[in-house]
Design a protein around this ligand. Structure first.
Ligand code: ACM
Length: 488
């Protein structure tokens, strides 16, 4: 059997050729203008880092952004022959992925790239990773390293969970107490010095991500998980009890919605993404005061909301209207389904136990992103089945029409950081599960084969070592056959 190309995630189509291209000193790299030239100019240094050989070989690498053969968004072709390599795509993202694919192959071959023809395109347009920096703050260098990992796996959405109970992590100029007070503390230490991103740092990270074709989607969680805000501005707190003090926004004060609108104005200016995530999850943890506060109870009656659940749905509708008024589309955790979805809302399905969430979402004609917690929560304990449980996830919605099935935007892994205080721990928990998520999001369903995938995955560890990434060595059948631990 012909050895497989080590490309990861698995490309849609590979034909192996004869011979190989040697990345040598006299290499020529050309683009066909614009973005292709920009990638071409950076490529020699990137290849050098990936293992440029000292041989004098002098082939040509050409990058072309072209509509001659119109390719799907993010699709690319990569043709490697002994004297030339041609990368083609109709979108900048596609050409970028072609370049990433070439880098991967060069790294594996230590400068020798076997002849082949690759035609590749993703299964889904949303291949996401969510990082929680409220519970623990990591800072921009660690985030950039994650963005590098994401790019190398062709993950294209970074969902940034910046607001929650222990800390508010984004500078909002109109409300300075959000960072002087709200950014103080983390999950382990409520008095830890304030940590947050300035607006300049946010812009820097958004630009760094955009260079890697990663969209950054900010989450501003409401009406629950608002503790850090309500600590800073108690006049808009909706109460809460015990360990959930100040957990919700005040649900019926106009001041609350003015505050949210003003904060959204600054968020919208920082993030070019068409989406804003407004959370919407787990409001019941800390909405006890909604049941007892006479003003809130009167509001429920006056507005005919029925009960506290009706009030929560009212809040989400107001939030949806605000997001729409800013020209953005709303994403919310799957609790938002219960109040009826606004036509432009996208649902992020996290509660595995709410099995009909995909049906309910798509029957209303709304898009959905799959991140069911039992497989996709990367902070959950790992065992020998974790990777396989992700890989085997069937992304078909029972009883759905093809149009409804087409409303699945993609998949996303989430890492909640209550118990994850360090980069090493974060990487250990996320990887290799994140690789299985990348595979699920990119590779065609018809290519699924666990044994081949497990072998491909085992091949990735050398690459992760080169990138200096900490990971959990999974309990893979066959791993011991091509990896030995030599203690250095
Ligand atoms: C969530 O895990 N509360 C979305």
């Amino acid at each position: 059997m012909m050895a497989q190309q080590p490309l990861f995630p698995t490309p849609a189509k590979v034909q192996n050729g004869k011979g190989s291209f040697v990345i040598g000193k006299n290499l020529q790299v050309q683009g066909n203008g614009g973005y292709a030239d920009k990638l071409a100019a950076a490529l020699p240094a990137e290849l050098k880092e990936a293992g440029l050989q000292s041989s004098p070989a002098s082939g040509t690498i050409r990058l072309e952004l072209t509509n001659d053969c119109k390719m799907a968004d993010e699709a690319y072709t990569l043709v490697v022959e002994p004297n030339s390599i041609l990368l083609q795509a109709s979108s900048e993202a596609g050409l970028f992925y072609a370049k990433e694919a070439l880098l991967q192959l060069s790294r594996f071959g230590k400068g020798n790239v076997r002849a082949c023809k690759i035609q590749d395109q993703p299964r889904y347009g949303w291949r996401g990773f969510m990082l929680d920096e409220s519970r623990h703050f990591f800072g921009k260098e660690k985030v950039k390293q994650y963005l590098d990992i994401m790019a190398s796996l062709r993950l294209n959405v970074f969902h940034w969970h910046l607001t929650d109970e222990p800390g508010w992590r984004i500078e909002i100029k109109r409300y300075p107490k959000l960072t002087t007070e709200g950014a103080v503390g983390n999950w382990h230490d409520p008095k830890a010095p304030a940590t947050f991103y300035t607006q300049e740092e946010i812009k820097e990270i958004v630009a760094y991500a955009a260079d890697r074709h990663i969209m950054v989607v900010p989450e501003f969680d409401m009406p629950g998980h608002a503790t850090a805000v309500c600590r800073s501005y108690p006049e808009i707190s909706g109460g809460g009890e015990g360990k959930w003090q100040h957990f919700t926004f005040h649900p019926c004060k106009e001041e609350t919605f003015e505050f949210i609108s003003n904060v959204l104005d600054e968020i919208v200016a920082l993030f070019p993404s068409p989406y804003i995530h407004i959370g919407g999850d787990e409001v019941h943890y800390g909405n006890q005061s909604w049941f007892t506060d006479p003003e809130i109870q009167q509001f429920i009656k006056d507005k005919n909301l029925g009960n506290e659940t009706g009030l929560e749905q009212y809040f989400i509708r107001r939030a949806a209207d605000l997001v729409a008024a800013k020209g953005k589309k709303m994403i919310g955790w799957d609790e938002i389904i219960e109040g009826g979805l606004s036509p432009t809302a996208t649902v992020m399905w996290w509660r595995s136990w709410v099995k009909d969430a995909p049906q309910k979402t798509t029957q209303q004609g709304n898009p959905i992103i799959f991140s069911p917690n039992s497989q996709f929560y990367l902070d959950y304990q790992q065992d020998k089945n974790s990777v396989r449980n992700i890989y085997d996830l069937d992304l078909t919605i029972e009883g759905a029409t093809p149009e409804q099935q087409g409303l699945i935007k993609g998949v996303q892994g989430n890492i909640w950081c209550e118990w994850i205080p360090s980069r090493e721990r974060m990487q250990y928990m996320a990887i290799p599960r994140l690789l299985a998520i990348a595979e699920l999001g990119w590779s065609q369903a018809s290519q699924k084969d666990w044994n081949t995938f497990a072998q491909r995955l085992a091949n990735q560890f050398e690459r992760l070592n080169i990138m200096g990434i900490n990971y959990r060595i999974p309990d893979l059948e066959g791993f011991h056959r091509n990896n030995a631990f030599i203690g250095e």
